[in-house]
Design a protein around this ligand. Structure first.
Ligand SMILES: [Zn+2]
Length: 665
C-alpha cells in the first residue's frame, strides 16, 4: 500500500467511525467542523487520485447523476405487509391463534415501534451496498439506491461477506420535516402534509442531491434474502444487524406473553409524541424464527406478526381567530387560533391553515367548529369544518390585501399559492432574514436566536446583516437580560463568523432557491463572491446543478444596487467573501487551464465530450457552451462549424484534439 493509499484508508475509517457515532449511535464525538475538515481532505486526495475512489468511500454518498426514471427491482423474497390490529382485544385474538397453532401456553414476542416512513430493502454483496429498493407492490419495487446512499446512517459497507438483503423503514425525523416545510413555505411551494409524505417524496426524486438535502434517516428491522442464516430468533437478528453497523430502533423489547405486549403498546400510546420521529403503531412479531415456518403466511401477510395501529388523532374545537405571519421572503401564512383542546396527550391552541387556497377549499370561517388533526404529530392542522354548527351569518374568511407587518399591498406571484409582501424593507421580513443569516447552516452565529434578534431589531440596533458587524459592547450591555458574559460570547460568535467560507455567506443571504448544496456548488465553482455577482445567466447555467430557475434568481438578486452595496459593506467590515475549502485542483494550481474559459466543439475521437470536460475542470478550467470574447481557448474536433468561425473572427486561441491530448498528458 502506498502512503497515499494508507492516508486515504485512514481518513475513510475515521470518517466512517465519526459518521457511525453521529448518525447511528446519536452520539457525536467530534465537532462538525472537524468532520468537514477530514472530509475535505479526503475529497482533495481522491480528486488527485481518482483511481483510488471506492464506491463505499464516505465521499461517495452524494454525487450520483440525476436519473431519467427508476429501474424496476424484483424482490426475491416478497416484501409483505402486516395484518392490522386496532384494539388490545384484537391483539389477544392474534395471540390465541398463534398459541393454538404452535400448541404452546405462552409465546415470546418482540415488540417494535412502527416507524411512519417508507419500507425499503437494501442489498449488500460481498460487504458492499449494492442496491436499495422501495417495497412497491411487494414483489416488484423501484431502484432508489442513489437516494438511499445519501442517508448518512446507512452503512455503505458491512462486515458480512454473504449476500444479505436487509429491510427497514426510511423516514424523515421531525426536525428535518419542520426545517424542510419552513424552507418550502419561504419559497412559496406547497407544503408536505407530514413527514411520511415528505420522506416518500424525497426518495422519489430523480436527482439524489435533493434527497441528500432532506436529511432522511433509516431504521433496519428485518432480513429478506440471506445466504447464511444461523440465527434463531428475531431478537438475535436485531442484535446482529446492529453489530453489522445498521441503525436499529433501540426501543424494541422482548415480551413474554401477550400481557407484556399490551403493556408495551399502552406505554407507547402515551409516549409516542415524545419521540423525535413519527410512529403510527407497534409491530408485534413471534420471536422464534422456526415458529415463523410453522405459522406460515397467508396470501397477503405473515401469520407470525401483526401491526397494532394507533387511533387517529383528531379533536373538535372552535376556531377563535386567524393570525398572520410574514416569512423571510415575504410569504404571508395564516394560522388558526383555537380554543385549547387535548389531542394525543398535548394541548393544542394553534393549527396550520397553510394558505389562502386551503382556507377557500375547506371553507373555513371565523368561529367555526373545526376538526383538527395532529398531522404527523407535529404541527396540527385544521382538516375540516362542521358547517352544521355554523352561525349562518358568518362571512367567508378573506386574506388581507395588505402586509400585516408593513402595510404594503400583497401580491400573488404567478404559479404560487402564497401571498407575498414585496417590500424589501418590511420589518417582519428583515427579522426573518436576520434569523436565517445567523442560523446553523448559514453564518452559524451561536447565541443569536429569534428572541435576541427581535430585541436587537426593536431597539434599532440591527436592521440589516451589516449592522451585526457594527454592534458595540456598551449598547448590548444596555439591553435587558444581557450580562457581560453573554455579550462577550455573542460578540465572539459574530467575530468568528467573519472567517466563514463563502458558501455560508451565500446561503445566509437567502437568495431564492439557493439551498445549502447550491451555495456550496457556487462557492467552489466561482471561488469569490465578485465572480458570482458578475456572473451572467449563461455562465451560471453552465455550472453543474445550477438550473434555469436558480440562475435567474441569482442574477436578479445581484442586479440590485442595495445588495451590491451591502456586500461591499460586509467586506469592508471584514467578512470573508472567498471560498476557503479545498480546491479540487490544488495540485494543478499553475496548470495551463487554471481559471480559463474553454469551449469544446466538433467531434472528438479519443475522448468523449464529457471526458474532455471533466479533464479540463479537474485542471481548474471552465467549460462553457458558446464562444464569446470571454473565451480563452477553443478545442475544435472534426467538422467544427460556426463556433470555430466565430473563434477565428474573435482571434481566440484554437487547438485541435491532438494538441489538447498532448497538453493534458
Ligand atoms: Zn411587509
Amino acid at each position: 500500500m502506498t502512503s497515499i493509499e494508507k492516508q486515504i484508508t485512514e481518513l475513510r475509517q475515521l470518517l466512517d467511525q465519526y459518521n457511525y457515532q453521529y448518525y447511528v449511535l446519536d452520539h457525536p464525538t467530534v465537532p462538525d467542523a472537524e468532520y468537514d475538515r477530514l472530509m475535505n481532505e479526503l475529497i482533495a486526495l481522491e480528486n488527485k487520485h481518482p483511481e483510488l475512489i471506492r464506491p463505499d468511500s464516505p465521499s461517495q454518498r452524494i454525487g450520483g447523476k440525476p436519473l431519467e426514471g427508476f429501474e424496476k427491482v424484483e424482490h426475491h423474497v416478497p416484501m409483505m405487509s402486516l395484518a392490522n390490529a386496532f384494539s388490545s382485544q384484537e391483539l389477544r385474538d392474534f395471540d390465541r391463534r398463534v398459541r393454538q397453532e404452535l400448541a404452546l401456553d405462552t409465546v415470546d414476542y418482540v415488540c417494535e415501534l412502527k416507524i411512519d416512513g417508507l419500507a425499503v430493502s437494501l442489498r449488500y454483496q460481498e460487504g458492499l451496498f449494492q442496491q436499495g429498493a422501495t417495497r412497491g407492490d411487494g414483489s416488484i419495487g423501484e431502484d432508489i439506491s442513489q437516494n438511499l446512499r445519501t442517508i448518512r446512517s446507512l452503512p455503505l459497507s458491512i462486515d458480512e461477506a454473504n449476500t444479505i438483503e436487509v429491510r427497514g423503514e426510511a423516514f424523515m425525523p421531525k426536525r428535518s420535516f419542520i426545517h424542510l416545510n419552513k424552507a418550502r413555505e419561504e419559497q412559496g411551494l406547497e407544503l408536505f402534509a407530514n413527514p411520511r409524505n415528505a420522506a416518500a417524496g424525497s426518495l422519489r426524486q430523480l436527482d439524489p442531491k435533493i434527497a441528500a438535502e432532506r436529511q432522511l434517516d433509516i431504521f433496519l428491522y428485518a432480513v429478506g434474502e440471506w445466504e447464511a442464516g444461523t440465527i434463531e430468533t428475531h431478537s438475535e437478528r436485531l442484535l446482529y444487524l446492529s453489530e453489522l453497523g445498521f441503525k436499529i430502533n433501540r426501543e424494541w423489547e422482548k415480551c413474554q406473553g401477550i400481557d407484556q405486549v399490551i403493556q408495551y403498546v399502552e406505554k407507547w400510546v402515551e409516549k409516542r409524541n415524545d419521540l423525535p420521529y413519527d410512529i403510527d403503531g407497534i409491530v408485534v412479531k413471534v420471536d422464534r424464527l422456526e415458529y415463523h415456518e410453522i405459522l406460515k403466511t397467508t396470501a397477503k401477510s405473515p401469520r407470525w406478526a401483526i401491526a397494532y395501529k394507533f387511533p387517529a388523532e383528531e379533536a373538535v374545537t372552535k376556531l377563535i381567530d386567524v393570525i398572520l405571519s410574514v416569512g423571510r421572503t415575504g410569504v404571508v401564512t395564516p394560522t388558526a387560533l383555537l380554543e385549547p383542546v387535548q389531542v394525543a396527550g398535548t394541548t393544542v391552541q394553534r393549527a396550520s391553515l397553510h394558505n389562502e387556497d386551503y382556507i377557500m377549499e375547506k371553507d373555513i370561517r371565523l368561529n367555526d367548529t373545526v376538526v383538527i388533526k395532529k398531522a404527523g404529530d407535529i404541527i396540527p392542522e385544521v382538516v375540516r369544518v362542521i358547517p352544521e354548527q355554523r352561525n349562518k351569518t358568518v362571512e367567508r374568511f378573506k386574506m388581507p390585501d395588505h402586509c400585516p407587518s408593513c402595510g404594503t399591498e400583497l401580491v400573488r406571484l404567478e404559479g404560487e399559492v402564497a401571498l407575498r409582501c414585496m417590500n424589501p424593507n418590511c420589518p417582519a421580513q428583515l427579522k426573518e432574514g436576520l434569523i436565517h443569516f445567523a442560523s446553523r447552516n448559514a453564518m452559524n452565529i451561536d447565541g443569536l436566536g429569534e428572541k435576541l434578534i427581535e430585541q436587537l431589531y426593536n431597539h434599532q440596533l440591527v436592521h440589516r446583516v451589516t449592522d451585526l458587524y457594527q454592534l458595540n459592547r456598551e449598547e448590548l450591555l444596555a439591553l435587558e437580560r444581557m450580562g457581560t458574559k453573554s455579550v462577550d460570547n455573542l460578540l465572539r460568535a459574530i467575530e468568528a463568523s467573519k472567517s466563514n467560507s463563502l458558501e455560508r455567506l451565500l446561503f445566509g443571504l437567502g437568495i431564492r432557491f439557493v439551498g445549502v448544496t447550491a451555495a456550496k456548488t457556487l462557492a467552489t465553482y466561482f471561488g469569490e463572491i465578485e465572480k458570482i455577482q458578475q456572473a451572467s445567466y449563461e455562465e451560471l447555467i453552465t455550472v453543474d446543478e445550477i438550473g434555469e430557475k436558480m440562475a435567474n434568481s441569482i442574477v436578479r438578486y445581484f442586479a440590485t444596487d442595495e445588495v451590491n452595496l451591502m456586500i461591499g459593506k460586509l467586506k469592508e467590515l471584514g467578512v470573508n467573501t472567498s471560498y476557503l475549502g479545498p480546491k479540487p485542483t490544488a495540485e494543478n494550481i499553475n496548470s495551463l487551464f487554471q481559471d480559463k474559459t474553454i469551449v469544446l466543439t466538433g467531434k472528438l475521437k479519443q475522448l468523449t465530450r464529457n471526458e474532455a470536460k471533466e479533464k479540463i475542470e479537474s485542471l481548474g478550467g471552465k467549460v462553457t457552451g458558446s464562444v464569446s470574447k470571454k473565451t480563452d481557448l477553443l478545442i475544435a474536433g472534426e467538422d467544427a462549424g460556426s463556433k470555430l468561425t466565430k473563434a477565428e473572427q474573435l482571434g481566440i486561441e484554437i487547438w485541435n484534439e491532438q494538441q489538447f491530448i498532448e497538453e493534458i498528458e
